[in-house]
Design a binder for this molecule. Structure first.
Ligand code: KIV
Length: 275
């Protein structure tokens, strides 16, 4: 199903113009209700392919499909009025050629109303980023730890340490030169993130990077304490919803077994009580 993308208050060019200004507030979202909450404060909401691990219980992002991204993108779009919605391109949907990337980016934008797509990779994806940008697709890049390359990287480990520093700097420079409107820096040393932020003219959005980045992003289920499978060092828990939910289920079970739920206020009387 395709539809006319809603015009959100914040566009990719507004995000780009925030370079060096008030830090960009970014979170992921995968559902309408969480998107509505994120929209109250966020400049950018990412429908991340982390949805595979966070909502679908997958062991990595590698088996996330275009269909999953589109379905969650459509749900998130219904919850946003203001923030820019960016949808991740899943593994295998853009690496083959610039033409494959364009075909899938167009599909994502047309079917979800996203204002931009995000893809992982630095120097080797620069040509593809340029190809998309020249055809009207705003692209957010993602360098440093790129989870879709977890097998090649040998795990979810910090990138750009020691002699690897120059590679990450070159990746960030390459995606900026190719026309990306912003770049996610994931799990790189803080000093390197600061150096990249000073060196390129597009906003850097850090996750496990540095407070000196032009913005920050977290997986919303992590910061709400909803996703408990593991807690990376860079996650700060602003709430503990998993504990609250567990306690609520425990109390419900106890009341059902004790026949104290439902109470009279939750049941219907005979007659005209239809509310
Ligand atoms: O998929 C995702 O949620 C992401 C963010 C962690 C940046 O790429």
């Amino acid at each position: 199903m395709s539809h006319t993308p809603p015009i959100k208050a914040i566009g990719a060019s507004d995000i780009r113009d925030r370079k060096g200004g008030t830090p960009l507030v970014c979170l992921t979202a995968y559902t309408t209700q969480i998107a509505q909450i994120a929209d109250t404060e966020c400049d950018l909401v990412l429908v991340g392919d982390s949805v595979g691990m966070v909502l679908h219980g997958l062991p990595s992002t590698l088996s996330v499909t275009m269909e999953m991204m589109i379905l969650h993108g459509q749900a998130v779009a219904r919850g946003l009025k203001r923030a820019l919605m960016v949808v991740d391109m899943p593994f295998g949907s853009y690496e083959e050629s610039p033409e494959q990337a364009l075909r899938n980016a167009v599909r994502i934008m047309a079917e979800t109303g996203a204002g931009a797509v995000k893809l992982e990779g630095g120097q080797h994806m620069a040509q593809t980023i340029r190809f998309l940008v020249e055809r009207g697709i705003p692209v957010m890049a993602h360098v440093g730890l790129t989870p879709q390359s977890v097998n090649a990287l040998g795990g979810y480990i910090v990138q750009g340490k020691g002699s690897d520093r120059q590679r990450i700097l070159d990746d960030a420079t390459a995606v900026a030169d190719a026309g990306a409107f912003s770049v996610v820096l994931e799990k790189v040393p803080a000093a390197l993130a600061n150096e990249i932020t000073a060196a390129i003219d597009i906003p850097t959005v850090g996750i496990g990077a540095s407070v000196g980045c032009d913005g920050q992003i977290l997986v919303i289920d992590d910061m709400l304490g909803l996703f408990d499978a593991f807690k990376p060092k860079f996650v700060k828990r602003y709430a503990h919803l998993s504990g609250d939910a567990t306690e609520a289920v425990r109390q419900y079970a106890q009341e059902v077994r004790a026949r104290s739920f439902p109470g009279s206020e939750h049941m219907f009387a005979d007659g005209h009580d239809d509310a």
